[in-house]
Design a protein. Structure first.
Length: 312
């Protein structure tokens, strides 16, 4: 009789677990990152752990802004920003704003593999300066010191990722735009501004800013010019709004005001038509009957009964 054949793999070692994950490890000598178990095993969002592992693997100086992370991951800005906030609250991420000698404000991001850790020694040997002055001296050392053959271990040094976003107190263009919006509202029809400002009394969700009101005022002015009353425009803008506004209310209001209604046609009749003059009430000299006349002293019957005699 032939021996029985089996497609099953050979029996595992006696010490191998019977269930759960079995690690097959390969020793890496390059292109690897050391991450603490406390970070990768923390409870919470998988997006947060993935963002943390990705930032840990990046070289120093890589931009880790929300836009840069969104280009790498499939998640959107909301999930990425939430992950960064969770890492910042847990102490793994630190964002600082510092003013450069030229007066520009830069945001620099520090990532720690252990929350609350301190940076290790610089490649040249001397210890790093304290935190308030660390950024400026690190930049100077990186530009002036020669390239060293020994690279710092990522588990000893936090990754510094510069967001290089230059922020001014208030850009000149933004200030000019706001000034133009205020001028536009001041020169607009007061009735149109009152209609937009009064929408919140009908629906508390319809709160508009100066910029949004300046965008809608021309359309409301056209509706008023077409002959509609302010109450009619308010009813048109607030009737049958969705229960959950998933978009800003200015978009819905602009859509409802997009087409200007027709102007009411002229009626053709004057507002105050001229009335015929009222004749004076008189008494007929022939029959003493009352009648109205402009200058006759006899009524119509007496005038037809006593015709004037012919002359000649």
């Amino acid at each position: 009789m032939a021996d029985s054949q089996s497609n099953a793999r050979p029996r595992a070692d006696a010490g191998a677990p019977t269930s759960g994950v079995i690690h097959v490890r390969t020793r890496l000598t390059a292109d690897f990152t050391v991450i603490s178990n406390a970070l990768v095993q923390r409870r919470g969002s998988a997006v947060t752990i993935g963002v943390a592992a990705y930032i840990s693997s990046l070289p120093t100086g890589t931009c880790v802004s929300i836009a840069a992370l969104c280009e790498h991951f499939d998640e959107g800005e909301i999930l990425i920003s939430r992950a960064l906030r969770e890492l910042e609250a847990a102490g793994y991420l630190e964002r600082r704003r510092e003013r450069t000698p030229t007066g520009q404000v830069r945001t620099r991001t520090y990532f720690y593999n252990v929350p609350g850790g301190e940076p290790g020694p610089a490649p040249d040997g001397p210890p790093r300066p304290p935190k308030p002055r660390r950024l400026r001296k690190q930049t100077a050392a990186a530009t002036s010191a020669p390239a060293s053959g020994t690279a710092r271990n990522m588990e000893e040094t936090p990754v510094q990722a510069e967001g290089e976003t230059e922020e001014a107190a208030e850009p000149q263009a933004e200030a000019e735009a706001r000034a133009e919006e205020r001028v536009a509202l001041a020169e607009a029809d007061p009735r149109a501004v009152a209609v937009l400002a009064g929408l919140r009394r009908v629906d508390p969700r319809l709160v508009l800013s100066e910029r949004e009101a300046a965008r809608l005022v021309p359309a409301v002015t056209r509706w008023l010019g077409a002959g509609l009353l302010p109450t009619q425009i308010t009813d048109h803008l607030t009737t049958r709004l969705p229960a959950d506004l998933l978009v800003p209310p200015v978009g819905i209001l602009a859509y409802r005001l997009k087409e200007t209604p027709l102007t009411a046609p002229e009626t053709g009749s004057p507002v105050n038509p001229e009335r015929p003059p009222v004749l004076i009430m008189r008494n007929c000299d022939g029959c003493d009957r009352g009648f109205r006349s402009a200058g006759h002293s006899h009524c119509r019957d007496c005038r037809t009964r006593h015709p004037l005699p012919a002359t000649g």
